[in-house]
Design a protein around this ligand. Structure first.
Ligand code: NAP
Length: 482
């Protein structure tokens, strides 16, 4: 059995070679549960990015000409390698990110599932033959890989967010330069180890750590990069969109969210409680599709609050490596301080703390599951992405009122609602302006379904049969003189 330590690489993976940063500089990686340094990674910059883009460009020439069947088999091997090392990869992920081991194992399993899904999709990149309006000409439509893809990923799902990008890119025939979040680089660098084991040719997957500004600037500015695929905050997404404009790149953006979670009077209360716990407290609330605002109808409000608080009180906070832990630390000090400020803001504007509310140890990054009652629209928790284990609960009266409240945000990623009324189920889901809707379900992500937001939550779709389209160009060929 391989240990997590054997999968940890402290160099970037460029053109199939493990390398230091050109400058020789490095960055420390911290375990958020203990504050201990678990290692270092290269602090790469523009020169390193150019080298990685060059390697990906060279590799593209051969990789883009391989058969779909070949690419499918390579991706299958990659998926199998991930599963073969699921426990070690999960431990590596928990050590750099903090989430409980059970959640990390699920994430690694999801990574393997995305890669396998796109191994299958590689063989279904069909074109078209279009009935010609001319008797002597024939029209065909084919699909071609866009080219070198720049992939930038966040720290909250350091393994699966990259799988969602590497899978479709390789399936389409593209090559990748990946830049993981600086706080969680090891799960991404492990893809280099896995790529070597799975026989992915050199330069097809490159993983580069270091300065986001320099590497991102090089990726977006380079004419050799055809597409940027980004998962992260809306703020950085907008910056990358602007930077990509000069070279007119294809872009996919998976950005922030502000998910409403609506419980109607006619809901199955116990089911709604279970869904709310999962949708709010998974990954300590640090998920783009985590519920940010809980709207509960007046008739069920008090009962919901009481049951929800009792269920959340059962969550166990601690190091993700310990057994029985269901909530790990937040990623860093500023994440904890942001949650504290949002709680303070809500309390000064009339919210009531029902559970939690403050760190037990002011020096740690552990924040307890927190529930606020009587939340209002003028509070920061209503408009901002909280990204922490804080659940503000709002009381509402009517269906029309709650739809308006739920849609009153610049974000449009995920939303959830609970009701046993079939006609309401259709009515409400059609009116919610979101890319993902969970009806009587709090966990809805799967590789087989499309994932993507509307409004300022993003552009494009990941996963499912739709997730490969953004990595392909459509080519129309007209053959005349027949
Ligand atoms: P972030 O600050 O936007 O960082 C995301 C990535 O962008 C990191 O790799 C970061 O690198 C990089 N980055 C930062 N500044 C950059 C720049 N100027 N140029 C190029 N790259 C740059 O987001 P985060 O805090 O890691 O992640 C949390 C956010 O991601 C939340 O808003 C969450 O909702 C969103 N998210 C969305 C989805 C989705 O599918 N829609 C999924 C997960 C997360 P450094 O780490 O080196 O700064």
């Amino acid at each position: 059995m391989v240990s997590w330590f054997e999968l940890k690489r402290e160099k970037s993976f460029i053109g199939g070679v493990w390398v230091e940063a050109d400058s020789g500089a490095s960055i420390e990686v911290i375990d958020p549960a203990t504050g201990e340094i678990i290692g270092t990674v290269p602090n790469g910059g523009a020169r390193d990015a150019r080298r990685a883009i060059g390697a990906a460009k060279t590799a593209f020439e051969a990789w883009s000409c391989t058969t779909a069947d070949h690419r499918s088999k390579v991706l299958r091997r990659l998926s199998t390698c991930i599963l073969d090392h699921q426990d070690a990869l999960a431990e590596l992920l928990t050590r750099e990110q903090g989430k409980p081991l059970a959640e990390a194992r699920l994430e690694v399993g999801a990574s393997a599932a995305y890669i396998l899904w796109f191994a299958e999709e590689a063989r279904r990149i069909y074109g078209d033959i279009i009935p010609s309006p001319w008797p002597d000409r024939r029209i065909t439509v084919t699909k071609e890989p866009v080219g070198v893809v720049g992939a930038i990923t966040p720290w909250n799902f350091p393994s699966s967010m990259l799988a969602r990008k590497i899978g479709p890119a390789l399936a389409a025939g593209c090559t990748v330069v990946a830049k993981p979040a600086t706080q969680t680089p090891y799960s991404a660098l492990a893809y280099g180890v896995l790529a070597e084991q799975a026989g992915v040719p050199s330069g097809v997957i490159n993983v580069l750590t270091g300065s986001a500004r320099e590497i991102g600037g090089e990726m977006t500015g380079s004419p050799d990069v055809a597409k940027i695929t980004f998962t992260g905050s809306t703020e950085v997404g907008k910056l990358l969109l602007r930077q990509s404009a000069d070279t007119v790149k294809k872009v996919s953006m998976e950005l922030g969210g502000n998910a409403p979670f609506i419980v109607f009077d006619d809901a199955d209360l116990e089911r709604a409680i279970g869904g709310a716990i999962a949708a709010k407290f998974r990954n300590s609330g640090q998920t783009c599709i985590c519920t940010n605002r809980l709207y509960v109808q007046a008739g069920i409000y008090d009962r919901f609050l009481e049951r929800f608080a009792a269920a959340a009180a059962n969550l166990t906070v601690g190091s993700g490596l310990e057994s029985g832990i269901t909530q790990g630390p937040l990623i860093d000090r500023s994440a904890v301080e942001k949650v504290e400020q949002i709680v303070a803001d809500a309390c000064t504007k009339g919210a009531r703390i029902v559970l939690g509310g403050a760190r037990r140890d002011p020096d740690s990054l552990f924040f307890p599951p927190t529930i606020l009652a009587d939340a209002r629209p003028n509070m920061r928790c209503t408009q901002e992405e909280i990204f922490g284990p804080l659940a503000p609960v709002y009381k509402f009266e009517t269906e029309d009122e709650v739809i308006k409240l739920a849609n009153d945000t610049e974000y449009g990623l995920a939303c959830y609602f609970y009701s046993r009324d079939l006609s309401r189920t259709y009515r409400v889901s059609e009116k919610l302006k979101y890319g993902l809707v969970g009806v009587n379900e709090g966990l809805i992500t799967t590789e087989v379904a499309p994932f993507g937001g509307v409004k300022q939550s993003g552009l494009g779709t990941e996963g499912s049969k739709y997730g490969i389209a953004d990595f392909l160009n459509i080519k129309y060929t007209c053959v005349g003189g027949i």
